[in-house]
Structure formats: C-alpha cells, structure tokens
Ligand binder design. Structure first.
Ligand SMILES: *Cc1c(COP(=O)(O)O)cnc(C)c1O
Length: 425
C-alpha cells in the first residue's frame, strides 16, 4: 500500500528499494536519536509542569504588553529547559541574526572587544559586527573584533586564544553549528572544554554560544557547560515548526536583561512587549520541538547514508555523531544541484508546483538556488535546501517536520537526478 503511493508520487522501484536498504542500515542510529528525543521531551514537559502552564497563559495581550503572564511563563519555561537563570523569548526577535545582534549590542559598550575563538562567525554577523563595513555595525559604535581560527585539524588554537584575550575582551562568541562552513559542528562537550579554558584566563568574560540548529540534537545544551548566553531562532529547532516567528536568548539574568533593554528601551527591559496571541504557538512549538528535531536529524542521516552509497562526498559522514541538523553533499555538477533542489521542492506540502531556479542573490559571489515549500516563510526546521552554483557544487540541506516527509524529499531529490540528468543508479 505504501509502495503504491510512492509510485503515484513518482518514485521508481529502484529508488524505493535503495531507500529501504538505507533505512534498514540506520535502525540502530535511529533508536539513539529516539532516546535523545525522549529525554528532551521529558525535559520540556517537566519545565511546563514546574511552571504550572495553564490555558490562561495563552491569552492575547496588546499595547505595551504589561503583565503578560503567558510571555513571562514562556520565558521561565525556556530558562528551565536550558538550565539558565533567565530567558528572553519574543516574537519581536525577527530572526536568529536579530537575536544575536540584540544579545551582542545589549552587552557591549564602546571600547569593548568581541573575540571569536573558534573561527569565522555566521555570514550575517560579518555585517552586524562590522567585519564587512556595514551601516550601523557594532564597529561604528567603537566595538572591536578579534578572531582566532581553528587549527588545521579543526581543533581549538589554545595558544592563539590565550594570546588574543586582553583587558578589552568583553564577550566571547562561539558558533556551535558549522553553518555554511567546511568544518565539523562542535559538540556541547567540546564547547564546554573551550569555555573552561577561557574561564581560567578571564573568569568574568561573557561567553555566548550561537546555538542555531543545535537545540535538542544532543541530550544537553551549551548552557549546561557554562555558556553565559545561548541564542537561537524560533523558526529553527526550538519553534518545532509551529512558532510563526521569534528568537530566544537564555542565560544569566544580568546579560539577558541587558539584551532585553536593547530590544525594548533603557528603563523598560523585559517588562514590555505584547505577545499578540502568539504565546500558544510558541509553547506548542517548544513542546513538539524534541520530536521535530529528531525527524530532521533522521532525515539528515538518511540523506548522508543514501548519497554516500551513491559515491558522493557528504559532511558529516553517516557514521559520525551529529551535533546539528545540517547536511552537506557535494553534488559534482550544476545539473545535479539543480535536480536535487527541484526534487526537494517537488516534495513540499506548500508550493510543490514551483520550480526553483538559480539566481543572483545580493551578497553572494555566485548564483544561488533554494528549495523551500514551508508553512512559515524561511523556516529551516522545515525541509529546505540551498546551494551556491560553484564547484564543488555543495548543496546544504536541513529540516523535515516529520521523518516521513524528510525521507520522501530526499527520495525525490534522487529521483529528480535520475529523471532529469545523466546520472545513473
Ligand atoms: C541560521 C543561523 C543564524 C541566524 O540566521 P537567521 O536566518 O537570521 O535566523 C545564525 N547562526 C547560525 C549558525 C545559523 O545557522
């Protein structure tokens, strides 16, 4: 019966049987992912029960948003989940970049320095910090930036970090996920080792982790290893695909307050900010997030194993333990990249009839192709893919609200290659 529907949806017998083999090989890995999801589900549930979540917390607030108990409870629940003193969780945080910007600018003053001890930060932060000259950047406010690159084997350059820390170093920014870089994603334990090393040199420095794509992939979070601030987007992992927008900043009360003051205004802080009826979705998204992240995690693993079997270079490899939900695959040619993205798009619940094409996107040195058919615009916890059209023709993809959909999307990507290019199985 399931096979009949796969055929109706355009999947050939060859792709189907290959997928079934791959899935069989992954049974044990999938069980481990389920164990992680189980632990995280209980952690989230426990936090909701501890804070006595009730339907009165789902009420709409408007205007200033004073006494929004739903919003305050949501923030307390986030703080419990991340084991931090406080959290700022707001639909007014537009994106991950915005949440990171608010956390940085709220905690830095003229004369301070940011140190990136583990290599280059996410593309959008280049402008925020002013590494690329940009209007309104932190550098225009007299905040400087230093960076220590990873060593050749992708380990931390401890001596370099020690040399780079000075009396002006105020905030350390560590990015957990590789993003669109060619390095492994750090485990929380690895981040913890780095944090311990830095604390010995400068105990009072603020350590912030960009946790985008990392939430609920492991049993714990960077805040369990001494990070002062963890920051992420609600249209990625912790929003569970349900949050229509938002970001979070969890950490020490003082630093979260500093960020809140920058989001609202000096003297106002966390006390204001109406939730416009979105609290319900943010709670429900968080509740679903552990299983949704598990689906995305399995989807990435399924893709890695399938494309590895076909002889493509994949990062991370299927045997590796994963610390985020991003999968990179070198597709060898422009035709393959385009077919891959078209396959992902054709599998989407929304805009499945749209054909993605490469285009010149501002800020990129090559054409870019993107596939996304999401319920929430730009949501990358939903199945999505993008690739710059240049060698080695790497496609980055992530998400999958359900594993069944994610798996089908990956099958469609292969099917599109078989149907539309010279590629032979
Ligand atoms: C997605 C992401 C961000 C923020 O991106 P937005 O599109 O602004 O949400 C920051 N850092 C990393 C590592 C990311 O993956």
């Amino acid at each position: 019966m399931t096979n009949t529907i796969y055929h109706q949806l355009g999947i050939s017998n060859q792709v189907l049987s290959m997928s079934q083999e791959v899935e069989k090989d992954l049974e044990e890995r999938f069980r481990e992912i389920d164990h992680i999801a189980e632990a995280n589900q209980l952690k989230v549930l426990h936090a909701m029960q501890t804070h006595r979540l009730s339907d009165t917390h789902f009420n709409h607030t408007n205007g200033y948003g004073y006494n929004d108990i739903g919003r305050d409870t949501l923030e307390n629940v986030y703080a419990s989940v991340f084991h931090t003193e406080a959290a700022l969780v707001r639909p007014q945080l537009i994106s991950g970049t915005h949440a990171l910007t608010v956390a940085l600018s709220g905690n830095l003053r003229p004369g301070d320095e940011i140190l990136a001890p583990a290599g280059k930060l996410y593309d959008t932060l280049q402008g925020v910090i002013g590494i690329i000259p940009t209007k309104g950047s932190l550098s225009e406010y007299g905040i400087s930036y230093a960076q220590v690159d990873l060593l050749e084997d992708y380990s931390f350059d401890l001596q370099g970090i020690k040399n780079a820390i000075n009396e002006r170093t105020k905030l350390i920014s560590i990015q957990k996920s590789k993003g669109y870089d060619w390095r492994p994603t750090f485990s929380n334990q690895q981040i913890g080792q780095l944090i311990r090393f830095i604390r010995e040199i400068k105990p009072d420095v603020i350590i912030m982790v960009d946790n985008c794509y990392g939430e609920f992939v492991e049993y714990d979070e960077p805040s369990d290893y001494g990070a002062d601030l963890v920051v992420g987007s609600l249209i990625k992992n912790p929003g569970g695909g349900i949050a229509p927008s938002g970001g979070y900043i969890a950490g020490k009360t003082e630093y979260v307050e500093n960020a809140a003051i920058r989001l609202s205004a000096p003297g106002l802080g966390k006390e204001v900010g109406a939730s416009h009826g979105m609290t319900h979705s943010l709670f429900q998204g968080l509740f679903l997030a552990p299983t949704v992240v598990a689906s995305a995690h399995k989807t990435a693993l399924f893709a890695a194993k399938l494309y590895e079997k076909l002889g493509f270079n994949v990062i991370p490899a299927s045997r590796e333990t994963r610390y985020d939900i991003i999968q990179a695959i070198d597709m060898h040619s422009k035709e393959n990249v385009i077919a891959f993205c078209r396959g992902i798009q054709s599998a989407a619940p929304v805009d499945s009839f749209v054909t993605p094409v490469p285009w010149d996107m501002p800020g990129y040195d090559a054409e870019v192709i993107m596939a996304a058919g999401a319920f929430v615009q730009g949501s990358s916890i939903e199945l999505s893919a993008d690739a710059p059209i240049k060698p080695p023709y790497t496609v980055y993809f992530q998400g999958g609200l359900t594993y069944y959909h994610g798996k089908f999307g990956v099958m469609k990507s292969l099917q599109a290659m078989v149907d539309d290019t010279d590629f032979k199985l």
